[in-house]
Design a binder for this molecule. Structure first.
Ligand SMILES: Nc1ncnc2c1ncn2[C@@H]1O[C@H](COP(=O)(O)OP(=O)(O)OP(=O)(O)O)[C@@H](O)[C@H]1O
Length: 262
């Protein structure tokens, strides 16, 4: 028997506005330990709602979600949130707290001694490749968008979670920064043995970074699997989402000589 998934959604549903808006519609999905899953879908397809249900930032109407084998309905929401790293779209840093304070916020709430927090902050700055001396005392507005996201990742990892949830973490960045940060995060995911669920609008990014991709539309899970499995999906919308990366890959390989400068 395959091991139980680290995150398991079973028939999960969530509506808003007294049932008028169906945000998540009977989603069942498992995320295995060590897996990197991307959730892809258009605006309003229910991606963020599904992510926020996972750490009880919002509560499901129906269905169950298990994290590390435990029904999250039976867990203290605050304790659950401290066990799961969360990276927000725009970093979500506290604007009046410096980088070290932002990164160390969860260990501080957990009562970790100050010297241990300081050491952990330095270790995390190394991990996300920001120079300790240069960055630990800066305020968020003194950072570029990419640097803010690096701090956001460091903060999400501060309490040594096994699971990291990421809501469009690289969406607002220029393509080069986005690529570098995506690669760096993928390496961290591997090195730390994390289980990651990342939301993205961008199928190319999903295919390049994730092991498996789940496609959502209108609150429903349309298809999920490895990129190869997805490409065999008979669903027309999934086919449409895959056409752009396919066409780009074909055009790029025709246009870019292999022996170029880079
Ligand atoms: N707190 C809320 N109150 C009312 N409706 C909401 C709330 N949160 C989400 N919705 C609605 O639920 C649906 C799904 O929203 P959700 O944010 O999960 O989509 P999404 O796929 O993450 O979209 P985006 O890519 O634009 O962030 C949308 O129709 C949205 O308007």
């Amino acid at each position: 028997m395959p091991p139980a998934p680290l995150i398991a959604y079973a028939d999960v549903a969530k509506t808003f506005d007294g049932g008028r808006v169906v945000a998540v519609d009977d989603v069942s999905l498992g995320v295995a330990e060590g897996e990197f899953l991307a959730i892809v879908g258009g605006s309003g397809s229910g991606k963020t709602t599904l992510l926020r249900l996972t750490n009880r930032l919002i509560e499901a109407d129906r269905g169950t979600i298990k994290v590390e084998g435990e029904d999250i309905g039976n867990l203290d929401p605050i304790g659950l949130r401290r066990r799961i790293g969360y990276v927000f779209q725009s970093g979500g840093l506290f604007p009046h707290i410096d980088v070290a304070g932002n990164i160390g916020i969860t260990p501080k709430l957990l009562g970790t001694p100050a010297d241990e927090i300081a050491a952990r902050v330095d270790e995390l700055l190394d991990l996300v490749r920001l120079d300790r001396k240069d960055y630990r005392d800066r305020l968020p507005h003194e950072l570029s968008g990419g640097q803010r996201q690096r701090v956001g990742v460091a903060r999400a990892l501060a309490a040594k979670p096994r699971i990291v949830l990421m809501d469009e973490p690289f969406g607002a960045l220029d393509p080069l920064t986005r690529d570098a940060l995506g690669d760096d995060y993928r390496a961290l995911h591997q090195k730390l043995g994390l289980t990651t669920v990342m939301i993205t609008h961008d199928m190319t990014e999903a295919i390049l970074l994730a092991d498996r991709v789940a496609v959502m539309r209108g609150g429903r899970l349309l298809a999920e699997g490895t990129p190869a499995e997805l490409s065999r999906s008979g669903d027309a919308y999934v086919g449409e989402l895959l056409r752009t990366p396919r066409r780009q890959a074909e055009r790029l390989s025709a246009l870019l000589p292999r022996d170029g400068a880079a």
